[in-house]
Design a protein around this ligand. Structure first.
Ligand code: SF4
Length: 219
């Protein structure tokens, strides 16, 4: 039997978590990374208990049949937990299934790909830089493996990279997109970093970097 999902939060209606779809977004608790700009740092600790039960989420979704297009499983890192049964229950309600991931668990992603309609895949940076962003060593091979699985699966996707002061320079962000294209990703996009929900130390670093880039040299 699948262990209960630890769910940190639920966005009941979102038009931006799956481009072109109106969805509910389920934020799974727990993430193996610690990104500089994480805007859900409370979701990182895998030992933290969930804030809402999956049965309550399902009951809510049952009231939104015909009103929502689907459900996005996000995080945290959604693939850290076994989503197989939950995805089947969402499908039984007639809703589509989207997934956000950054590729830390290629084995689990491979099992989920046949079950989902769309994946938002975060490329955190180009090789050699990504570890600075996510605060963990040795992540690149898993990211590469996960992206390859996604691209081979035929599942619709968006590959995106977050950039901005205190995260990636424009050149680093462009290098991340170039890397994704070289892997075979179509139309990877840049998204500006959002400060909402980020830690105070990141916001300070962001402001300092942004100010420095506006200061004319030689003054
Ligand atoms: S992968 Fe996502 S949830 Fe995990 S630390 Fe990075 S931004 Fe936060």
């Amino acid at each position: 039997m699948t262990p209960p999902l630890a769910i940190g939060g639920l966005a009941r209606c979102s038009s931006c978590d799956w481009p072109g779809r109106l969805v509910a977004t389920v934020f799974l608790q727990g993430c193996p990374w610690d990104c500089l700009y994480c805007h859900n740092p409370d979701l990182i600790d895998p030992r933290r208990p969930g804030a809402i039960g999956w049965e309550d989420v399902l009951a809510f979704l049952a009231t939104r049949q015909g009103l929502l297009d689907g459900v996005v499983f996000s995080g945290g890192e959604a693939t850290r937990q076994d989503l197989t049964e939950a995805i089947g229950q969402v499908r039984a309600l007639g809703l589509g299934v989207g997934l956000h991931t950054m590729g830390a668990y290629p084995g689990r992603l491979g099992q989920l790909l046949p079950l989902v309609d769309w994946v938002g895949f975060d490329v955190k940076g180009p090789p050699g830089v990504v570890e600075r962003i996510v605060g963990r060593r040795g992540v690149q091979p898993k990211v590469e493996q996960s992206l390859a699985l996604l691209l081979a699966s035929g599942v619709d996707y968006q590959v995106r990279t977050t950039w901005g002061p205190g995260v990636l320079s424009r050149a680093e962000a462009e290098a991340a997109l170039a890397w994704a294209r070289a892997q075979g990703a179509a139309n990877p996009v840049l998204q500006p970093v959002r400060l909402e929900g980020t830690r105070e130390e990141f916001r300070a670093a962001h402001q300092a970097t942004a100010s420095a880039s506006r200061t004319p040299s030689g003054t």
